[in-house]
Design a protein around this ligand. Structure first.
Ligand code: ADP
Ligand code: MG
Length: 699
């Protein structure tokens, strides 16, 4: 954006220093550029009205037109409210209520005047009412030329200072008048032509004050496209820079891997596994450092892919580490891989917090000398004393448990050349999110389960059927199976009272199954105790494992065939899916039982129905994204990246695909953006990086 758009907002007609300060504080609007990108979050459509007689409580938000006939203040002090009656053209009445800003509403709401109200209808004693509706005086309708009238996001504080949507809309009119002539095109003529985009000036004009519905749709598409295009462009450029900078060891010898395929691998790789191995092998031969994210649903067979990658490293004289988030997982990897390594004559070790000092010294020595080619472990691997002769590959399992800094400690263990990196995660991330968050990583996906797996049968049961569920558990244990029972814990916080559900559950499970042994793990336990309890279950010393979500990640007990999730409505969808993935790992039919009370919100119902309907982690991740929005899904720390101005990752996947392809094409043709047709893009990038406020939003 040119300098004009960096003009401070206080200089805009109708703003001034006081309002400017409020706009800055409340909406982060500092400049003309910020305001013009404060897009309406919805529009008043003058053609869509409901009559009061058509209202129904299941309607989300509706627009009703009518005349105010009477208003009165009810009650005193803080409990005071304002009630007004709106009468529609049929003479039916709708009650309007305000609990906040009562005095101001009382003053501004005009009796005997026509209004459009917008809000959620609820019914009480057979009468409909609407709390805190948005209001629009009807007389003003004629003034606007646009067929849709913008509604802008404001805050309570702004409203208290009389800056409501209408006032912002007025400011926007002033702004557009002076700003539109200054708008410079920020996409190349080719892109505009190829994607049939409207020019930027019309896009701004029509997103705020749509002239026709067609122009509105085109404006929306253009601005979404542009927003996503620049994010993708930036990620691609980062990737190009990184790849050019970081050399990687070349691993092109595979004698042991060939031997492994021929004589030791007892099953056929799935096609997805084969494809991923190919992708990894290509990386390892490119002379650049590999930085790859491997996504695969629970049970899709990521471990064997990790081992194959480690074999390739070993075949080329490099050492590799496989790091897991918990001791139990490290143990499982070790036990699983040790037999392969032994039969191939490869020295594979394990290093965790509980490795004895004597063994530790030996391991350290073997790693330093290069005698040990592969090591599996936990955080203990990160300690400074752990040094390698030639660390060539780092694999991190269940990525979300590790911070970036922790990982980079591993990378630094080879001072000569940074090791190749493979990050594995069982939390499927919707493609749109992966492309936006991990655009600088290459992503591989195992989207296929090994043949012959039995689908986990998932059912939803109400608490009142607990006795029958318990009987089912008993039957399964009689058949020799084991059972998980998971209780929700909102936060692994310090307060023991949060464990009440779990403790009560533990007691009642012990009472209900006196004939069986019950283990329990939760996040407040000492790691040793947790491991002990877990091992008891792994060794089949106990029959039932009562737990919080600490068992979510990676644990493999093939004999466990039933997962009971208590208060399932309190879990997120992805979390439910992760938990379910703890069963279904053996040859037997497995079950997941979701227990809830009768009272369920609409979203809870959707989550439960989705779980019952599908086992597909990617489908589940997509639905979760739609339910929760990207910020929530990824946790607050990354949500800043996803704070998009107009595009919506849960809905705009097709636009994202196009924007991504476009960004890729532009950079392929002209990596430095030197050609004349890319000068718009180049100039826009420069103005973005000069304009720190906007830039920070997408960096
Ligand atoms: P995850 O991707 O959840 O880490 P694992 O790597 O633990 O999954 O694999 C789950 C199970 O599937 C393991 O017992 C593994 O040996 C087995 N497995 C992996 N790949 C295949 C395959 N292609 N065919 C049959 N079984 C496989
Ligand atoms: Mg795994």
């Amino acid at each position: 954006m040119s300098n004009f758009f960096n003009t401070k907002i206080e200089f805009l007609k109708g703003v001034g220093p006081m309002r400017a300060e409020l706009l800055q504080k409340e909406l982060n609007i500092h400049t003309y550029g910020d305001l013009i990108q404060h897009y309406p979050f919805r529009y008043l459509d003058r053609t869509q009205f409901y009559k009061v007689s058509e209202l129904d409580e299941s309607m989300p938000y509706v627009q009703v037109r009518g005349r105010i006939r009477g208003k009165e203040l009810i009650g005193e002090g803080r409990k005071q409210r304002l009630a007004a009656t709106l009468v529609d053209e049929n003479g039916d009445q709708l009650e309007l209520v305000w609990f906040k800003g009562v005095k101001w509403m009382q003053k501004t709401l005009k009796n005997h005047t026509d209004y459009i109200v917008f809000g959620k209808p609820t019914s009480f004693n057979g009468r409909f009412n609407m709390a805190h509706p948005e209001l629009e005086e009807l007389a003003e309708e004629k003034q606007t030329t646009s067929f849709l009238q913008p509604v802008y996001h404001t805050t309570e504080k702004l409203k208290a200072h009389r800056i409501d949507s209408k006032v912002i809309s007025k400011m926007m009119e002033h702004l557009l008048k002076v700003a539109l002539p200054q708008v410079q095109e920020s996409l190349s003529p080719e892109l505009i032509d190829h994607y049939r985009l409207i020019d930027k000036r019309s896009a701004y004009a029509n997103i705020h004050f749509p002239e026709t519905s067609d122009k509105y749709n085109k404006a929306k598409f253009r601005l979404k496209f542009e927003e996503l295009f620049y994010i993708q462009l930036r990620l691609f450029r980062q990737k190009v820079v990184r790849k050019a900078d970081l050399k990687g060891q070349i691993f092109n010898q595979v004698p042991t891997l060939t031997e492994f395929y021929k004589n030791h691998l007892t099953f056929d790789l799935t096609n997805a596994q084969k494809r991923v191995v190919k992708e990894i092998y290509a990386d390892l031969n490119a002379g650049k450092q590999m930085n790859r994210l491997l996504q695969g649903d629970v049970g899709s067979g990521k471990t064997i892919v990790a081992f194959i990658t480690m074999l390739i490293a070993a075949d080329n004289g490099a050492q590799s580490v496989l790091m897991a988030p918990t001791e139990i997982l490290a143990d499982q990897h070790y036990v699983g891989l040790k037999k392969f390594a032994d039969s191939l004559g490869i020295n594979l070790g394990k290093l965790t917090g509980s490795t004895k000092a004597k063994d530790r010294r030996l391991l350290h020595e073997q790693l330093r000398s290069g005698d040990m080619k592969m090591i599996v472990g936990t955080h203990a691997l990160l300690e400074d004393v752990v040094q390698f002769q030639n660390l060539g590959l780092c694999i991190v399992d269940e990525q979300h448990r590790f911070g970036v800094e922790q990982r980079s400690k591993l990378w630094r263990k080879n001072p000569r050349i940074i090791p190749h990196v493979l990050v594995m995660t069982a939390t499927p991330i919707p493609r749109t999110l992966a492309m936006t968050l991990y655009g600088d990583l290459d992503v591989s996906v195992i989207d296929e389960l090994p043949a012959g797996r039995k689908e986990i049968v998932t059912v939803h049961r109400f608490d009142s059927h607990r006795l029958r569920v318990f009987q089912f558990i008993r039957d399964q244990i009689q058949l020799g199976r084991q059972v998980y029972i998971v209780y929700p814990l909102i936060e692994e916080s310090e307060q023991m009272e949060n464990y009440k559900d779990l403790m009560d559950g533990y007691e009642s499970v012990k009472r209900a199954f006196p004939e069986y042994k019950v283990s329990m793990v939760h996040g407040k336990m000492k790691p040793q105790d947790k491991d002990y309890e877990m091992q008891q279950f792994v060794k089949h010393e106990t029959h039932i494992m009562v737990a919080t979500t600490v068992i979510e990640v990676g644990v493999n007990v093939p004999n466990a065939s039933v997962m009971v999730i208590e208060s399932a409505e309190r879990f997120g969808l992805s979390q439910l899916h992760q938990l379910r993935g703890r069963v279904g790992r053996g040859a037997e039919q497995s079950y997941c039982i979701l227990m809830t009370g009768y009272k369920l919100s609409k979203d809870s119902k959707t989550r439960l129905e989705t779980m019952v309907r599908t086992n597909n982690g990617f489908e589940i991740a997509d639905i979760d994204l739609k339910l929760r929005g990207p910020g929530d899904l990824m946790g607050t720390q990354q949500s800043g990246v996803l704070d998009l101005l107009i595009a919506d990752l849960s809905k705009d996947a097709p636009i994202l695909q196009e924007a991504r392809a476009a960004a890729q094409k532009v950079l392929n043709e002209d990596p430095q953006l030197e050609q004349p047709q890319h000068q718009n893009i180049r100039r826009h990038i420069q103005s973005l990086s000069a304009n720190s406020v906007n830039w920070s939003r997408i960096s």
